[in-house]
Design a protein around this ligand. Structure first.
Ligand SMILES: Nc1c(/N=C/[C@@H](O)[C@H](O)[C@H](O)COP(=O)(O)O)[nH]c(=O)[nH]c1=O
Ligand SMILES: [Zn+2]
Length: 361
């Protein structure tokens, strides 16, 4: 017999397994249980398809009568592409609903729970709530701020260098760490780099995992559209959006690269807040920023990064002339530093990954 916490843990595993593939929807898992026996379980797999509760209840069939359901997010109450799960739960005869976290989206918060309680179904909220909120932090952030959740990624030596003075950086981190980066690319709607990274590294910015994976949209910051030539970012297999400013000659570039989309900002410089708002309007919920140092400096200065993935290799380069992780100008006083909460440190091959987020408040 599993405890309610263990059943919710299973539902969270089901949700976590689909991380990145359900965008613009959240990742959700559900388990239907009666007398300690699993009658049905499921994950929401793709936006527009059945929700996790539908899969789990369909598997349980008539046996769902008198059962309990564990679901990682409050059941929906609105008619989206599928009928509301709250009504389905009522019709199924389920007698108790355990919910990890409510939907913070003001339009839906609490509506699903109300339908259940009005039908006389017992509801308990908050089992493994922290993990459930963490799992869908990008979705909740996007719902609240209408701009993508931004993760800055950097790979560096133990003394914080991302390349030698000649720009050589192949490779700093191990195969395992680089594979984890591709896993993150798969889980993000878009990936962003600056002009310098394109000119120096000629990156593909695609997801290349042994088991395959979704390619994020490539977003390149190129203020005056200076990137010309057969760079890999112009390949036709992945959508590429180039961000430039008002004086850039988009018309001329469009003739060179007809398959590329241009986002021309009405300003002399690329204002990141404006860009993120535009990306939000285009349903980009999560943005993976692979640098380089100038781009990282802008996101830090504007305080627009929501998460940092620092991959640190057991190497030392030394030298003030080697490239550091974040460019720009440093604040004068240490107490102007950006304070972070380190949420995870894990070994990846011979490297370590530090996951950190700006301190709230
Ligand atoms: N030099 C390194 C990285 N380098 C990161 C960027 O500078 C590269 O241009 C980008 O990842 C290349 O993308 P690709 O062409 O799609 O493979 N990133 C890493 O994690 N470890 C490194 O050691
Ligand atoms: Zn639903």
């Amino acid at each position: 017999m599993q405890s309610k916490t263990e059943w919710m843990e299973l539902a969270l595993q089901l949700a976590k397994a689909t991380e990145g593939q359900t965008s613009p929807n959240p990742s959700v898992g559900a388990v239907v249980v009666k007398d300690g026996i699993i009658l049905g379980m499921g994950s929401h797999l793709q936006a527009g398809e059945a929700h996790a509760e539908v899969h789990a209840i369909n598997q349980a069939g008539d046996k769902a009568k008198g059962a309990e359901i564990y679901v990682t997010l409050e059941p929906c109450a609105h008619f989206g592409k599928t009928p509301p799960c709250a009504n389905l739960i009522v019709e199924s005869g389920i007698k108790k609903v355990y919910i990890a976290c409510v939907d913070p989206n003001p339009q839906v918060a609490g509506k699903g729970i109300k339908i259940l309680e009005q039908a006389g179904i017992e509801v308990e909220v908050g089992i493994k709530e922290t993990q459930a909120i963490l799992l869908n932090r990008k979705f909740f952030h996007y719902m609240e701020k209408k701009r993508p959740y931004v993760t800055l990624k950097a790979a560096m030596t133990l003394d914080g260098k991302t390349a030698t003075s000649t720009g050589d950086s192949k490779w700093i981190t191990s195969k395992e760490a680089r594979e984890m980066v591709h896993q993150s690319r798969h889980q993000h709607d878009a990936i962003l780099v600056g002009k310098e990274t394109v000119l120096k590294d000629d990156p593909q910015l695609t997801t290349r995992l042994p088991q395959g994976g979704k390619n994020p949209i490539r977003i390149i910051l190129d203020t005056h559209l200076t990137i010309k030539g057969d760079y890999q970012i112009f390949s036709r297999d992945v959508p590429t959006w180039i961000v430039c400013t008002q004086e850039a000659d988009v018309k001329g570039h469009k003739e060179l690269y007809p398959h590329v989309e241009f986002i021309q900002l009405p300003t002399k410089t690329i204002e990141l807040a404006d860009l993120l708002a535009i990306l939000g309007e285009r349903q980009i919920q999560s943005l993976y920023v692979e640098g380089g140092q100038t781009v990282h400096a802008s996101f830090l200065k504007e305080q627009l990064a929501d998460e940092y993935h620092w991959y640190i290799a057991p190497k030392l380069l030394g030298g003030q002339d080697a490239r550091s992780v974040i460019g720009g100008i440093s604040p004068l006083k240490m107490d102007e530093a950006t304070d972070l909460d380190i949420s995870e440190i894990k070994e990846v091959g011979q490297d370590i990954l530090v996951v950190a987020r700006p301190k709230k408040g």
